[in-house]
Design a binder for this molecule. Structure first.
Ligand code: AMP
Ligand code: MG
Length: 505
């Protein structure tokens, strides 16, 4: 195990130790992921393996640290957040040579815990396991759950709940909040912001080397940092386009939960929409709907603007000098940042357009966009008005394309107020000659629907792991309609009611 992050950025890495788990017991283990990381799944199930996965057996070369970062939470800035209940053990390499952080969540209080207890409950950690497994299988960049280990102790939430530690992997835990912290520390220290050898520049160099090596080829340093900004903007734009296409609502898109790698991170109050509704919002604490389903692209753009602000001292050449020069320099840096941020709409717009066409079985390179564009837009408007089940609608388009008829989808528009529009839409779409296989490859049969996740987590909290294991199996092959898994493809029963997710994770 290596500790490249802690070595390169000691100011962001506080050496710390996990709290021992009283009676560790394996709840989940991704054996394929373990093997890819060079870890023996059989060993991970032994007592030593469980101590490793809960942080008390520190392997050779590892140097556990709590990471410090800042962040905007629901728009309000916190200058010092950090891992309050998490530790970075170090990095491992996958078989194909990629560096992966190994990180524990729920491993005890750290100096960043503020009023938190440093712990995590079984339910939310298994939820991260289920949903991140699904996202990976759906082809969405994401952190991954290696294991969930019960600690054998209770954690106090509204009621006492069994505690657990999640071991997760990520291509790194660098976030927009890491850059906000570094920029603020430098600005407050009297040092020249962005100076060679300083924290901000070292952080940016680390991020380039680790995630966006193409930026290193961009020329002089300022051009490289501009390229870093552009790469992160593009990676986040592509990521959020995938979320929107799949109906995923992250729920807590704070800048400390916005990665530099472009991976989805921190599955707290997340949810998949059932009924299509751009304003769908599930989190109990997101009362204003700031992070609602359809607002996610705008929020991602806002978060990236915070990233650009943090990078400002690096975006133009030349050292700090007299005040006039500094002001002119800042103006130029802002112009560079603004231009890079404009890339978000371009990349998001194109990723979304290509993706939504594919969902309809259409290839943007082969259709006349002047004709297909309105067909796409009209379906989105129709789906919103009819509140039709998102996953079911798109999956059925494959069947409709194969049959050359609207029979598979029209029953979803039973409401007389929209039925006529739906009937008029089908022939316009079929005239574009949709490809059923393309639609099937794009539209999952199974996503981790909220009622299924809740049902499985409730059982696991009560000691029965079978429903979680079955759900993980179901979401691991999301594009296949498998016999025996029919109920995983069905919308929530009406009795499930409105869904609320809780951040008290
Ligand atoms: P999140 O929104 O889950 O990414 O967490 C936001 C911040 O709160 C991070 O700094 C976490 O480390 C911290 N945090 C969340 N839950 C706890 C807890 N139970 N104990 C300590 N810190 C926590
Ligand atoms: Mg977080």
């Amino acid at each position: 195990m290596t500790h490249a992050f802690a070595d390169a950025l000691p100011e962001l890495a506080l050496p710390w130790q996990a709290e021992p788990a009283a009676a560790p017991a394996q709840l989940a283990l991704d054996e394929a992921l373990a093997a890819d990381l060079g870890l023996d799944p059989a060993w991970l199930r032994t007592d030593d393996g469980l101590r490793f996965l809960t942080g008390t057996l520190v392997p050779e070369g590892a140097r556990p640290v709590a990471q410090v970062y800042a962040g905007h939470q629901f728009g309000g800035y916190s200058p010092r957040l950090g891992d309050g209940r998490a530790l970075l053990l170090g990095e491992l390499r996958t078989r194909d040579g990629q560096l992966r952080d190994l990180h524990l969540k729920g491993s005890g209080r750290t100096p960043f815990a503020r009023s938190g207890d440093g712990l995590a409950a079984v339910g939310p950690m298994l939820r991260e396991h289920v949903v991140s497994t699904a996202m990976h299988a759906l082809g969405v960049p994401t952190t991954r759950a290696l294991a969930v280990v019960a600690t054998g102790s209770d954690v106090q939430r509204e009621v006492p709940l069994p505690g657990a530690v999640l071991a997760r992997t990520a291509s790194s835990h660098l976030r927009v909040g890491s850059f906000q912290y570094a920029a603020a520390v430098e600005a407050g220290s009297g040092a020249v912001p962005g100076a060679p050898g300083g924290l901000l520049r070292r952080l940016a160099d680390h991020a380039i080397a680790r995630h966006h090596p193409v930026a290193a080829q961009a020329g002089p340093p300022a051009a490289q940092y501009r390229a870093l900004l552009e790469e992160v903007v593009a990676a986040q734009a592509r990521l959020v386009a995938q979320w929107v296409l799949l109906g995923f609502v992250h729920g807590v898109m704070n800048t400390d939960n916005t990665t530099i790698s472009g991976e989805t991170i921190d599955y707290g109050p997340c949810a998949f929409i059932d009924a299509y509704d751009p304003l769908a919002s599930f989190s109990s604490i997101d009362t204003g709907g700031r992070y609602a389903y359809g607002r996610q692209p705008g929020i991602a753009e806002w978060n990236l603007a915070r990233f650009a602000e943090a990078l400002l001292p690096l975006l133009v050449e030349g050292g700090a000098g007299q005040q006039d020069d500094d002001a002119a320099r800042t103006d130029r840096a802002v112009a560079v940042a603004t231009e890079a941020l404009e890339g978000f709409r371009v990349v998001f717009g194109s990723a979304f357009a290509v993706g939504v066409h594919r969902k309809l079985g259409l290839d943007t390179r082969a259709v006349d966009r002047a004709v297909s564009g309105p067909v796409v837009d009209d379906l989105l408007a129709l789906a919103a008005d009819a509140r039709v089940d998102h996953t079911t609608l798109y999956r059925r388009l494959g069947d409709a394309a194969r049959a050359g008829s609207g029979d598979a989808v029209l029953p979803l528009f039973a409401d007389p107020a929209v039925r006529g529009r739906a009937e008029a839409w089908v022939p316009r779409w079929l005239a574009l000659r949709p490809d059923a296989e393309l639609a099937d490859r794009t539209n999952p049969v199974v996503v981790p629907r909220n009622h299924l996740v809740e049902e499985a987590l409730a059982a696991a909290t009560a000691g029965d792991l079978a429903p979680v294991e079955r759900l993980v199996d179901a979401v691991s092959r999301p594009f296949e309609a498998r016999a025996g898994f029919e109920r995983y493809a069905e919308p929530a029963p009406a009795s499930f009611g409105d869904y609320t997710t809780f951040c008290g994770t």
